[in-house]
Design a protein around this ligand. Structure first.
Ligand code: ZN
Length: 271
């Protein structure tokens, strides 16, 4: 099984894996919060275009981060994320949408492409980013799973989209579950517990510190859905980091408040 690793260069720490298929066929990286130009609660590598940040800061941050992973930031397309389970196909014609130009794409929480001319981006602060790539069909998909997206099986339906609409085979799909809030800190109530039980995810939620409170495992639940969708266990890489536990390294909505910045996962298929 591959490991989630980090590469440091010039003050920017990039989350990667040692998965050979991904490293040979993709430019990609999961961002952390250091090495950017944004100030205050967005300090410093804010990649959230939905934050009250200056456009020039966002462009500089994207330029720096994308430069580290071999991607021209002008090719990045970002969705307007709404905690849905919708996926939009994009092509090189969509480059720059939402970052440089206004976007006419439908609101969604997943992007998919077979086009090596466009870089996909998804941003998040405690939610779970999932990267999916079939190296045989050269099909790339990124999804943003909050707790609702997680329990309703967005990771599963993303694999279904790749298989049904893009000719992929689940056994050929390599996945990365990036840094997000860990079960050590994702305390939830009865509503979330009920959804976990309904989705047959009871083993991924445990008693909290108070009655009626529970600790939910987002990474474990997403991994479970990828396995149910037919991915091989050895093709799934999971970050061990909790964003809440590591606010020097990550923005965390729960730990830092609603005004905090956003990390992003950016990925592009190599030619
Ligand atoms: Zn934690």
């Amino acid at each position: 099984m591959s490991k989630f690793i980090f590469e440091n260069s010039g003050g920017i720490c990039v989350g990667k894996t040692n998965d050979n298929v991904l490293n040979e066929m993709l430019y990609y990286g999961f961002s952390t919060r250091g090495g950017g130009v944004s100030g205050g609660s967005l300090a410093s590598l804010n990649l959230g275009v939905n934050r009250p940040d200056k456009k020039e800061n966002l462009i500089e941050n994207y330029s720096r981060f994308c430069g580290k992973i071999g991607i021209d930031y002008k090719t990045v397309v970002l969705p307007k994320q709404i905690h849905s389970s919708k996926i939009t196909e994009v092509t090189a014609e969509d480059c720059g949408k939402r970052l440089i130009y206004p976007s006419d794409l439908p609101d969604c929480d997943g992007l998919i492409t077979k086009d090596c001319g466009v870089a996909l981006g998804i941003f998040y602060a405690d939610c779970t980013p999932v990267l999916l790539f079939d190296g045989k069909k050269r099909c790339l998909c990124l999804v943003h799973c909050g707790w609702r997206g997680t329990v309703c099986g967005f990771a599963f339906s993303a694999v279904e989209t790749m298989v049904n609409d893009f000719g992929c085979h689940a056994v050929d799909i390599h996945a990365v579950i990036g840094p997000c809030i860990g079960k050590c800190h994702f305390e939830v109530g009865e509503e979330v517990k009920a959804e976990y039980d309904k989705a047959r995810l009871s083993e991924y939620i445990s008693e909290g510190n108070k009655p009626g409170k529970y600790f939910a495992d987002l990474k474990g639940a997403n991994r479970e859905f990828l396995l149910r969708a037919g991915l091989k266990n050895e093709n799934i890489t999971v970050s061990e980091d909790c964003t809440y536990c590591n606010t020097d390294k990550y923005f965390s909505h729960r730990a830092c408040g609603k005004d905090t910045g956003r990390m992003a996962v950016i990925a592009k298929i190599k030619r």
